[in-house]
Design a protein around this ligand. Structure first.
Ligand code: FAD
Length: 464
């Protein structure tokens, strides 16, 4: 997402030989090779009533190694957190070629330590957001003392993850939910914390900017005038409990909502959430001149600032003349923003750069982080110093130096190069690298059909 896996160096391909799963159902755990996907783990656990509760929307192709590397999250993170909470151990290959296992609770082996002053610095400088995948998780390391917390979210810059031990949870027996429409963004400031206090398993947001695309594609009968829609899921051990809490949600927000539609079971929820699934096809039907670019797509703010963040992004989008579609994980104060510039308009790239800068300023002002779950990759590496300050950045560099003194592990990610510019390697624009026509065409198809699981080397084969 953030250009973390597209550098100029050697690509390490783990697709062969790392796609195994070794379950231990009695411990509700399993070891998985680095390229076993979220979907494969889910499939393995389902007959035993178990699952990895963190559920990235990219689960069909997100690998165990990639999820650990980015500290991935998903709609259900509002209740279960990011994957960090579910990793019991990992196996790695270090920069000097050593293979070793790192387990939860095993400490850091004194490889890297924080002094009391450094702990205070970390406490003061890290954002108070519910999610954060920007930079090394020194806050989590300070709390646990576990080397594992340094490696989770390190985006391939400290070591290569070859296997992961996942802790699984029993799948709750029942679920119910509600779709709530609001006619003003300011209502989110009270509504979202109220819903989060009811212990939901998901609180997802579709902003007006996205609802308009879905409506224009003729895909929904939602009424006009909604500023945003919240899709809320509650999982409980009984149907009565699940339906009861939906009632609490509806009653508690009665004066605030412009639309209420409830679902009493999992199949009802499927129907209610169909509007979210219509978003990708609607965006894929954009005219050929308009591209959906994920360059400010991962900002996360403290829960009570979410309405301000969305309003600020909308205003910046209007100022810069770059339309956006906003959606995502409202319950964590975290939304995805797809920028949709017309790439045939002169100056579109500069306008996009302006929007990138505006979004960073906004996140700084609101106490946010530039990445809630995708990582900073190459796209956001150069922002870290502004968010954390130079002293924390020095700690990040010390950590990198400890694990990878020759800077051979994913160079340019997290620690930016001296000549860093954020939009240097976009897939469209004047300076884009020329690739053969047939491969470019197939890549465009992947984009249009959201076929991200397609192995990229297949695109270059004569008969894909
Ligand atoms: C349509 C779409 C939807 C998405 N939805 C979500 C979502 O809901 N939640 C979410 O968190 N993310 C989401 N993502 C982003 C991304 O898919 C996830 O972060 C995913 O977990 C990354 O795993 P991957 O296997 O795709 O890794 P890649 O994207 O290939 O790599 C991600 C980073 O991890 C590093 N890496 C990969 N494997 C290893 C390894 N074995 N060892 C060390 N480093 C490694 C790479 O170098 C890179 O820096 C989405 C992406 C897309 C395209």
């Amino acid at each position: 997402m953030a250009g973390g896996n597209v550098g100029h160096g050697v690509v390490v391909d783990l697709s062969q030989g790392f796609r195994w799963i070794a379950p231990d159902w009695s411990r509700r755990a399993l070891w998985a090779g680095a390229s076993a996907t979220w979907a494969e783990l889910t499939e393995a656990g389902r007959p035993f009533g178990l699952r990895l509760p963190t559920d990235p929307s990219s689960g069909a192709f997100a690998t165990s190694g990639g999820m650990v590397a980015t500290n991935a999250a998903g709609p259900r993170s509002v209740r279960c957190g990011s994957v960090r909470n579910w990793v019991e151990g990992i196996e790695i290959i270090s920069a000097d070629g050593e293979a070793r296992r790192i387990e939860r609770g095993a400490g850091s082996g004194e490889r890297f330590l924080l002094s009391p002053d450094q702990r205070r610095l970390v406490e003061a400088r890290f954002p108070k957001t519910r999610k954060n995948s920007a930079g090394y998780a020194l806050d989590r390391f300070a709390a646990s003392g576990d080397e594992l917390d340094l490696l989770i979210g390190s985006e391939g810059t400290l070591a290569i993850v070859t296997a992961v031990e996942w802790r699984l949870e029993p799948i709750p027996a029942d679920a119910a939910g509600v779709a709530l429409g609001f006619d003003g963004l300011e209502r989110l400031a009270d509504a979202v914390p109220y819903l989060v206090a009811l212990n939901p398993s998901a609180v997802e947001l579709l902003d007006r900017t996205l609802l308009d695309f879905v409506r224009d594609a003729g895909a929904t009968t939602l009424p006009d005038g909604l500023e945003c829609l919240l899709l809320v899921e509650f999982e409980r051990e009984t149907a009565v409990a699940a339906r009861g809490v939906v009632g609490d949600a509806v009653r508690g927000l009665r004066d605030q909502t412009a639309l209420v539609a409830t679902a009493v079971d999992r199949s009802g929820l499927e129907a209610l959430w169909a509007v979210r699934r219509l978003a990708s096809p609607a965006l894929a039907r954009l005219p050929e001149t308009r591209r959906s670019l994920q360059v400010i797509e991962d900002g996360c703010v403290p829960l009570e600032r979410l309405g301000e963040y969305i309003a600020g992004i909308r205003a910046a989008s209007g100022r810069r003349g770059v339309p956006v579609a906003i959606f995502g994980h409202a319950g964590d104060g975290h939304v995805h923003v797809n920028a949709l510039p017309d790439v045939t308009t002169p100056g579109w790239c500069e306008a996009l750069g302006g929007l990138y800068g505006d979004a960073a300023e906004l996140l700084l002002a609101l106490g946010g982080t530039p990445s809630g779950e995708h990582g900073v990759g190459r796209l956001r590496a150069g922002l870290l110093e502004r968010f954390y300050g130079s002293d924390v950045m020095t700690l990040f560099r010390d950590l990198k130096q400890t694990y990878d003194p020759r800077v051979i592990m994913n160079p340019g990610v997290i620690i930016p190069p001296p000549d860093w510019t954020p939009l240097a390697d976009l897939k469209v624009g004047r300076e884009v690298m020329q690739i053969p026509e047939d491969i470019a065409h197939r890549l465009r198809e992947v984009e249009r059909t959201a076929g991200w699981a397609t192995p990229k080397l297949e695109l270059a084969s004569p008969n894909p």
